[in-house]
Design a protein around this ligand. Structure first.
Ligand code: ADP
Ligand code: MG
Length: 497
């Protein structure tokens, strides 16, 4: 174990120091269990469907009854390969299943089949933005394993029951280096990982049902010191709890250290009702699990050809799509990343582009006005009341000068409230067209110049601000329909003479 800690320590050298909390640096590493979206279990044909009556979906293989043998589910392996390809990992040509031995009521067979020494996915990295700062979290590994059953505590009769439906459900456990430096970064990492597994479709990502659950390993240290002792917060199944749990844990550890206590390595649970973490057991070391290769399963062999076949069937990855958006449409890396933050947004953007709207302007509207509205209504772009085609039409009308940006907001509002679907009709009905008649505009400009000799004189004397007053009056006289840029140009050229 001390060897593991040293390895992590060595790998932390040269990493930037994170923001300090009361003089301490926060170190976080994640272990995430992603339930793979196969129909049947990892080593048996029993169903993985959620919500069935207890113990109706656990078969003899899942319980390891005598005489049964596990058989590897090809779909689970393919999903692991897809994940490895998505994050640029090495896919092991030969990996080994091991038995992890422990006794717990929800694991009556006494061991969990997992991978220990040689996992199927090795290395790789997850990249994401924290605000506008780019972060990279390196992965140690991702390995295939089976899930255990579930204890059901029936408080009203004072008894506990065991539901073994979940036993044998395929999991991919994804382990990071301790590369994260704040709860905010940890949440951003978890969101990015969630995006990747749902985008490539290997996991449904349903956090309430436990399809995507994170264990956060947290320690603190004074900058420059070796890594501190970590405590592992188990089974965080919402991004909000994740942030709260880590923040609480960090405060708690700092308090302990400041009081002169040593942190003991432990596994802790977060209680959302109290907002506190509490130790559930002192942490086992790998040796306690008496790992050994599972004699019932041959090594998992993955040929280069199989990897290529899987690669060929995968849809475009978010980071590749983002790179394409940058190259083809001249978007910034930040914009491109935002547009590929989930599939629905990327699909929306692509559909709107098909209408021939300006990509940058479109991106601004999607990430600005549309996102604001969708977030407030807790909706995804797939169900947006303003579809990609009307939004594209709206953007085109800004581009060709028919409406001002302000007027566009009113049109958007009308589309959102389903007052109409046709952008041109809305512009017409609300009288939002910008003034294109230069003659009429010139007349207004002349009038305003004549009536505001004082402002004009000030501007000519070098007071730039005096121009704003004039522009404002012209905009008012045109009932907001003049194009502010055009007004500006016209005014300047007239006043220059
Ligand atoms: P296990 O928890 O199964 O014993 P490891 O020792 O491999 O496994 O570490 C698990 C996780 O703990 C990894 O995500 C790793 O990044 C993280 N970790 C290791 N040391 C620390 C530390 N000092 N502080 C925070 N996280 C750590
Ligand atoms: Mg662990």
């Amino acid at each position: 174990m001390s060897e593991t800690v040293n390895t992590f320590e060595a790998q932390q050298q040269g990493r930037p120091t994170g923001p300090l909390v009361h003089g301490y640096e926060v170190i976080i590493g994640f272990e995430t269990h992603a339930q793979l979206s196969t129909q049947s279990k990892i080593f048996s044909r029993a169903s993985t469907a959620f919500g069935a009556e207890p113990n109706t979906q656990a078969c003899a293989v899942d319980l390891a009854l005598p005489g049964t043998l596990p058989v590897m589910n090809k779909g689970a392996v393919e999903r692991a390969i897809q994940f490895g390809l998505a994050i640029n990992s090495h896919i092991a040509p030969r990996s080994i299943f091991a038995r992890k031995n422990y006794f717990y009521p929800d694991l009556p067979k006494g061991y969990q089949i997992s991978q220990f020494e040689i996992p199927v996915v090795q290395g790789g990295a997850v990249e994401f933005f924290l605000g506008d700062e780019k972060k990279t979290v390196r992965l140690v590994r991702a390995h295939l394993e089976e899930d255990a059953g579930k204890s059901l505590h029936e408080d009203f009769i004072g008894q506990s029951g065991i539901d073994l439906n979940r036993a044998g459900t395929p999991l991919l456990e994804i382990v990071t280096e301790p590369d994260m430096r704040s709860s905010a970064e940890a949440v951003a990492y978890a969101k990015e990982l969630h995006k990747i597994v749902t985008w490539i479709g290997i996991c449904d990502g349903n956090m309430q049902e436990g399809s995507f659950r994170c264990d956060a390993n947290v320690s603190v240290r004074k900058p420059g010191q070796p890594l501190g002792t970590r405590r592992e917060i188990k089974n965080l199944n919402s991004f909000k709890f994740m942030q709260q749990a880590i923040d609480y844990e960090v405060r708690w550890q700092i308090e302990q250290i400041e009081d002169g206590n040593e942190i003991q390595q432990a596994t802790v649970l977060f209680n959302p009702d109290t907002g506190e973490t509490r130790a559930m057991r002192t942490k086992e070391d790998a040796a306690d699990y008496r790992y050994f290769p599972d004699p019932d399963l041959p090594p998992l062999c993955i040929s280069e050809q199989w990897i290529q076949t899987v690669r060929a069937q995968m849809a475009e990855l978010p980071r590749n799509m983002a790179a394409r958006f940058q190259a083809d449409y001249g978007l910034s890396e930040y914009d491109a990343t935002q547009l590929t933050q989930n599939k629905a947004t990327a699909v929306y953007f692509t559909a709107a582009l098909g209408e021939g709207a300006n990509p940058k302007l479109l991106s601004n509207w999607i990430m600005g006005e549309l996102s604001r509205k969708l977030n407030a209504a807790d909706m995804t772009p797939a169900f947006s009341p303003v579809g990609p085609i009307p939004l594209a039409n709206l953007v085109k009308r800004i581009e060709d000068g028919t409406i001002s940006n302000n007027a566009a907001k009113q049109v958007f509002e009308a589309l959102w409230n389903v007052e109409g679907h046709d952008v041109d009709q809305i512009i017409e009905a609300k009288g939002l067209k910008q003034m294109n008649d230069t003659g009429a505009l010139e007349a207004i400009v002349n009038e305003v110049i004549a009536a505001n000799a004082k402002n004009v004189a000030e501007f000519k004397a070098g007071n730039e601000k005096a121009l704003n007053g004039l522009v404002g009056q012209i905009m008012k006289a045109s009932k907001g329909k003049a194009n502010p840029q055009q007004v500006n140009d016209l005014l300047r050229s007239k006043l220059a003479n």
